[in-house]
Design a protein around this ligand. Structure first.
Ligand SMILES: Cc1cc2nc3c(=O)[nH]c(=O)nc-3n(C[C@H](O)[C@H](O)[C@H](O)COP(=O)(O)OP(=O)(O)OC[C@H]3O[C@@H](n4cnc5c(N)ncnc54)[C@H](O)[C@@H]3O)c2cc1C
Length: 321
């Protein structure tokens, strides 16, 4: 987009302020710089405006205005992305969802919640935790990233090895389409009839529209969680231990399984494959008895697996979860 003339910038600013209010429009270059990149700071692009809507109606009005004025726009959650997805590469408008943070509804009977897109991922689990529930997708950035950003990037984390990535936990979406129209994709039911448009939207990196409400599944917290750390001489052996635990968990009918970090988090490889020391950090989840059994199994794999000699480093169990 060619640079805006001063008079056009002023008239656009007035129009934006008419939608979201004066305090929710940034134009000062120093303030705009805060939004010129995401977690991948190698790439930067300055917007003409950063706006902070607080409702679906405002998001829709902003998108309609941008269309009418021929101004590009892009959605932004917390800006923790690592692919430059929320960068205003052609200038224009950054629509920052960080003020749409409400949990609109929690339905414990049906294990679901309706949230706004700017809600920080971890805040949902904090909110429902006291009742024994949590939201499973847990990217490592979950203390900062938003559920709207997770939707766009179909984010995953340690839990998703067992429970699936974001798309497996989203039932429905209210979306502002690129022309400003507001539609619902999916809803509150599992496996609805018809095309899986929710599935198409999740992972589309903001290219199909802006999610303004999100219906997510909640899971019951496991009865027991125990984190066990075992250090191995080789990455391959650490990986094999995690695979063996997962395989055993399946045979146990899901009473307890290793999740997460075994391979990506646990194995800290340096150099060629198989070189260096590996660590299998396996948070074990399930019923008490299953977790105790899996811990014992990890200890056996660690010490005596596949003909390797016993190791000096003991298997360690975290004192609390
Ligand atoms: C330290 C660190 C650890 C990380 N760990 C992980 C990890 O374990 N797993 C993982 O998957 N990722 C990880 N990431 C990447 C990043 O945190 C995720 O991709 C996260 O989902 C981005 O969320 P966000 O709110 O920051 O989105 P942003 O970075 O603001 O935006 C990301 C994309 O989402 C779009 N978007 C934002 N909100 C909406 C909306 N409401 N509707 C439509 N589109 C929208 C934007 O336009 C952009 O394309 C990590 C990043 C960091 C910095």
């Amino acid at each position: 987009m060619p640079p805006l003339t001063e008079s056009r910038q002023q008239s656009l600013r007035r129009a934006l302020e008419g939608i979201v209010g004066k305090a929710a429009v940034l134009t000062d270059p120093q303030e705009l710089m805060v939004y010129e990149s995401d977690g991948l700071t190698l790439f930067r692009a300055l917007a003409d405006f950063v706006v902070f809507p607080t409702s679906t109606e405002q998001v829709s009005a902003l998108v309609r205005l941008a269309n009418a004025e021929g101004v590009p726009f892009v959605a932004r959650g917390a800006g923790t992305g690592l692919s430059g997805g929320c960068l205003p590469t052609e200038g224009g408008l950054v629509i920052a969802l960080s003020r749409m943070t409400r949990i609109l509804e929690v339905d414990y009977d049906n294990q679901l919640a309706v949230v706004e897109p700017g809600l920080v991922n971890l805040h949902l689990s904090w909110a429902v935790g006291p009742r024994g529930y949590y939201y499973a997708p847990d990217p490592s950035s979950q203390q900062a990233c938003t559920i709207g950003g997770n939707i766009a990037n179909n984010s995953g984390g340690p839990h998703t090895l067992k429970y699936g990535v974001t798309t497996n936990h989203v039932l429905g979406l209210e979306v502002v389409l690129p022309d400003g129209e507001v539609v619902w994709l999916g809803g509150k039911t599992r496996d609805p009839l018809g095309y899986d448009l929710t599935g198409v939207f999740v992972g589309s990196e903001g290219t199909f529209g802006i999610a303004t409400k999100i219906v997510v599944r909640l899971l019951k917290k496991p009865q027991a969680v125990k984190t066990v750390l075992a250090a191995f001489d080789e990455i391959d052996r650490a990986s094999e231990a995690v695979s063996a635990i997962i395989a055993r968990g399946g045979r146990d009918g899901g009473a307890g399984r290793a999740r997460g970090g075994g391979v990506p988090r646990g194995g800290r490889a340096r150099g060629a494959r198989g070189e260096g020391r590996g660590r299998a950090a396996a948070p074990l989840e399930g019923a008490q008895i299953g977790v105790r059994g899996l811990r014992a199994r990890l200890a056996r794999l660690h010490g005596h697996g596949r003909g390797h000699p016993a190791h000096a480093t003991p298997v360690r169990t975290a004192s609390r979860e």
